[in-house]
Design a protein around this ligand. Structure first.
Ligand SMILES: C[S@@+](CC[C@H](N)C(=O)[O-])C[C@H]1O[C@@H](n2cnc3c(N)ncnc32)[C@H](O)[C@@H]1O
Length: 263
């Protein structure tokens, strides 16, 4: 998918996506999701702290050598990359990071797994709302993981474990040690087959209240194919497409429905 096609898709989403204020929504669960997570604007001190780290990262002129196990970047093509550029192009945006933060506040997951750490911004949004939650994050590039570790240290965050290695090999090991997963953020290796493989593996540890969050569901034809397959899975009840990210819920009490919600 080229840049123009992607932009047109986004434009169509922005024009036609509905339910901004929760209007025409009959499911109380989804109504609450839209009001308390999608539209909520209450600030938290931790969000300012993450903002300050983001600002420093965006000014960080150090170069690191990047090892890429995934689908690669559409923008950065060399292995020597400036930390500022990695942050700008790979790190979660403030808007979607704060959305993750609110999801953690609302659903109170105790065991969180993130696939793809990068410099750790998403990880901080997942870990900071609750210091008692355990966050496992996987990053294939050791030098990128070092930058993330520096940030967690600077922020005094102790509830994050970074697993350095390929998600293909690290995820099965992590899942084997976990009884269940409460929230999984899929944000590494944006290709169809790996995404579906990670989804299937995590599903084995998912329960009624588990939330899966998929990043970049419209990033490529492969990611759109993965998202379409996930939506159809019999265990998936409710999906919410917010364009740059998709939320998946498994609650048996919900009827099977897919929504595209304006964000
Ligand atoms: C989009 S970035 C993650 C951004 C981060 N989750 C955030 O919210 O700021 C994707 C990261 O996944 C890593 N990655 C991609 N494929 C991987 C794989 N197969 N194994 C391990 N890491 C991988 C890349 O090195 C990159 O740092």
């Amino acid at each position: 998918m080229n840049k123009l096609q992607f932009f047109l898709k986004y434009l169509i989403y922005k024009i036609f996506a509905k339910h901004k204020g929760g209007n025409a929504i009959h499911s109380p669960f989804l109504f609450e999701f839209i009001l308390d997570i999608v539209n909520e604007k209450v600030p938290y001190y931790a969000m300012d702290d993450i903002w300050n780290i983001r600002k420093d990262l965006l000014e960080d002129k150090r170069h690191i050598t990047v090892t890429d196990f995934g689908a690669g970047s559409k923008v950065m093509k060399t292995s020597q990359r400036k930390i500022a550029d990695i942050t700008k192009h790979s790190g979660i945006s403030e808007k979607y990071g704060e959305l993750l933060f609110r999801a953690v506040v609302r659903y109170k997951p105790k065991t969180i797994v993130e696939l793809g750490t990068s410099v750790g911004l998403g990880t901080m949004y997942l870990a900071m709302p609750n210091s008692k939650a355990q966050v496992h994050t996987i990053e294939g590039c050791p030098e990128t993981a070092d930058v993330a570790a520096e940030n967690f240290y600077d922020m005094d965050i102790e509830n994050i474990t970074i697993h350095i290695g390929n998600i293909d090999t690290e995820l099965p090991k992590i899942l084997a040690d976990l009884g269940q997963v409460d929230l999984v953020y899929f944000d590494g290796n944006h290709r169809c087959e790996p995404t579906l493989s990670y989804f299937t593996q995590c599903l084995e540890k998912a329960h009624d209240g588990t939330v899966f969050v998929f990043d970049d569901i419209h990033w490529s034809a492969e990611m759109e194919a993965a998202w379409a397959t996930i939506k159809k899975h019999p265990r998936v009840k409710l999906t919410v497409d917010l364009f740059f990210t998709g939320y998946v819920f498994f609650r048996k009490a919900l009827s099977k429905q897919d929504f595209v919600v304006h964000f």
